[in-house]
Design a binder for this molecule. Sequence first.
Ligand SMILES: Nc1nc2c(ncn2[C@@H]2O[C@H](COP(=O)(O)OP(=O)(O)O)[C@@H](O)[C@H]2O)c(=O)[nH]1
Ligand SMILES: [Mg+2]
Length: 391
Amino acid sequence: MPTNLPPEAKRKWAEASATRNPQEKLQLLQEFFSLVPKHKGTARLCVQVKKQMATLRREMEEKKRRKAGKGGPKFFIEKEGAAQLALIGLTNVGKSSLLAATTNAKAEVSPNPFRTMEPIPGMFPHKDIQFQMVEAPALMEGSADGKAWGLQTLALARNADGLILMVDLSQNPVEQLSLILGEMAKARILVSKPKARVEIERKFVGAGLRIILMGKLVDCTIRDVEELLRSYRVTDAVTKIYGEATLDDVEDAVFESTAYKRAVIVANKMDSVCSEENLRMLEAHVGNRLPVIPVSCKSGQGLNKLGEALFEALDVIRVYTKEPGEKDFSEKPFVLKKGATVYDLARNIHSDFSENFSYARVWSVRLIFSPQKVGGAFVLEDEDVVEIHMR
Ligand SMILES: Nc1nc2c(ncn2[C@@H]2O[C@H](COP(=O)(O)OP(=O)(O)O)[C@@H](O)[C@H]2O)c(=O)[nH]1
Ligand SMILES: [Mg+2]
């Protein structure tokens, strides 16, 4: 349902999205909110904006407390490594145990519920890269309505690159999973593939508006999409549209209201009595929608499968670079999304690298001969070695 916002509201939204200062943002969001006409088409937006304001308020309180040296929980964790993974689950399922067993973090494992009250990060090594795993405070019924640290946990999930949904096999795993997915859905965080996906990647001023249609538009044209984006002052961005998208889907993307996250389910406590039976129940329920990895943090069983499962689920590749004339390639790979091109790699290395790009040479076992001279549009794969030549 379209929101039909008046132009002043759209302008206000553009201002609010442009500022990074939390106090200013909150002020602008409040002004935006007062400009939004309240009707059925805007109901969802109103809920979302209210949540965003609540999260901002807490974030500011947190900052104030820290400044005053009073400590208190810290909710925003700086991203590190190849990807940030939020570890989400009910209390006592073994989140701290997983963090302690697989990362360098010192998480407190405890039989008492709700022991973890702030997110705890740890680095999880896999092959020659590291993922950052962040244990979030436990979810519960009502988290999405602001109970306990629910909004913060959900904000963490929304901001992460992927999710580890953890369930306890000594209890009914399907009930746990349904509760987790239910709270996330209320916060508009989904793990299932949508019918349409719209990604808006903001660019520097002057870059212009580019729309890449990978699927098709329903009931609207590219021009309508452009017009809508411009009405929100989205003038410098690359917008990618996958699947069958409506104009509402595009507007949703402007508000970043629905987040689609890659996820794996980690089913813990495989050592417990009814675990086999519960695992079968879970697998039957999930089908092929998400990968299920059975583990026991206690015995260590299955933990060695986690790295590969995460790597697969995140859809990433590792690419190594080499300086022209040098023999050895970089020890540390760049981690890129599957489907990334040589151009994407160049952009990752330096923002103006892509403009002066001339050609690249790629070494790979999948090529008939290596190195092969390629252009910017060449699609990279895991373990490729690339040498970039500039003009
Ligand atoms: N039997 C069994 N117990 C576990 C396992 N992993 C964690 N636990 C126990 O479950 C309880 C909660 O663990 P914790 O890691 O603190 O859970 P969290 O609340 O999700 O962080 C503790 O008593 C752990 O010893 C496991 O694989 N098997
Ligand atoms: Mg914990």
